[in-house]
Design a protein around this ligand. Structure first.
Ligand code: SF4
Length: 331
């Protein structure tokens, strides 16, 4: 199927005074048209860097894309000029961040802000753009009369809806959402997710949902990539990763999250911390924290092993012969 975005073996470093931070360590991912990929992992795993790379927004210096490819609709983004990249950002890709206030102008009405985005994109005059802005507001569940109000007159959830309206005003083929609902309370979170799901279908958008919350992934994603130390360590469809978990890190994420069966008192945080990104372990990056670690894990990078066409895992516990049955290996 047609791929909206494809990242291949991306290596990104931040060259700081205290050392070279390996932010992405050969990260690969792809999203088919109209599908949503969840990028999950702990803070510092490289999820946000991956999103910024697609937008050409890695701060440089200290950030450097060392190697790898970023293909948007088959076009190599790394070969584009700054000006061409600007165009892509207003046009083909949009990003929503966790805190809506970072994207809103406090001294401009929300109607004008959406209209500005529409004007840049469609070359309409202000009156027509404003009319379209009001339609966009209604689409995200805000009455059109409120176009005249300023951001501070809106609640957190409403502000995030405005940001989504701005992001969608250019009908991007790819929407990158970085923890878009983390700052909202649970009920509002569900409403905003539901709305995003509807809009995604309406516009046949592809979406990259960056989150540390597997509940959100279950809600909205088609496939999921689990990121650890700048690499995808497990990937598959929701059913693959949720019902046939193979990687000890993914298992750890599930055990450390509250859900209906996993009551708060039984939660088991993953022991230890993410490895120092300036000094990654030689073999498997999860080795220092893994309950299943073996001697080989310390010195040798785990191979990528496929369980089916989409589901793979990078872990020494598995090879093509035994990946079918987790139980035996995990005793
Ligand atoms: Fe654990 Fe070894 Fe698998 Fe890494 S490769 S996750 S250390 S068992």
């Amino acid at each position: 199927a047609e791929k909206t975005i494809e990242i291949k073996d991306l290596v990104v470093e931040y060259r700081t005074r205290s050392g070279v931070v390996q932010a992405l360590n050969g990260l690969s991912l792809s999203i088919e048209k109209g599908k949503t990929l969840g990028l999950v992992g702990e803070t510092g795993a490289g999820k946000t860097t991956a999103g910024l790379a697609v937008l050409g927004l890695i701060p440089s210096p200290p950030g450097v894309i060392v190697s790898g490819e970023i293909l948007l609709n088959g076009k190599d983004l790394r070969a584009l000029t700054d000006k061409e990249m600007d165009q892509i950002r207003g046009d083909a890709v949009a990003m929503i961040f966790q805190d809506p206030m970072t994207s809103l102008n406090p001294v401009m009405t929300v109607g004008d802000q959406i209209a500005e985005a529409i004007k840049i994109h469609e070359g309409l005059n202000h009156g027509d753009a404003l009319k379209k802005a009001e339609e966009m507001l209604e689409m995200v569940g805000i009455p059109r009369e409120r176009a005249k109000e300023y951001p501070h007159q809106f609640s957190g959830g409403m502000k995030q809806r405005v940001v989504i309206a701005i992001a969608l005003s250019c009908t991007p083929g790819l929407l990158i959402a970085d923890e878009p609902t983390t700052a909202l309370d649970v009920t509002i979170q569900a409403q905003v997710l539901e709305m995003m799901k509807g809009l995604k279908e309406k516009y046949e958008m592809s979406m990259l949902m960056i989150t540390h919350d597997l509940g959100i992934v279950a809600e909205i994603c088609d496939e999921v990539s689990v990121v650890y130390a700048g690499r995808v360590v497990e990937h598959g469809t929701l059913a693959d990763v949720f019902d046939n978990t193979r990687h000890p890190y993914t298992e750890g994420l599930f055990n450390s999250l509250p859900n209906i069966e996993n009551q708060a008192e039984k939660l088991k945080p993953i022991r230890g911390l993410m490895p120092d990104p300036t000094d990654l372990p030689l073999g498997c990056p999860f080795y220092p924290r893994c309950d299943h670690a073996m001697e080989i894990c310390r010195t040798k990078k785990p191979p990528k092993v496929y369980r089916n066409e989409t589901h793979f895992v990078e872990c020494h516990l598995y090879n093509e012969q035994n990946i079918g049955d987790k139980e035996e290996k995990w005793r």
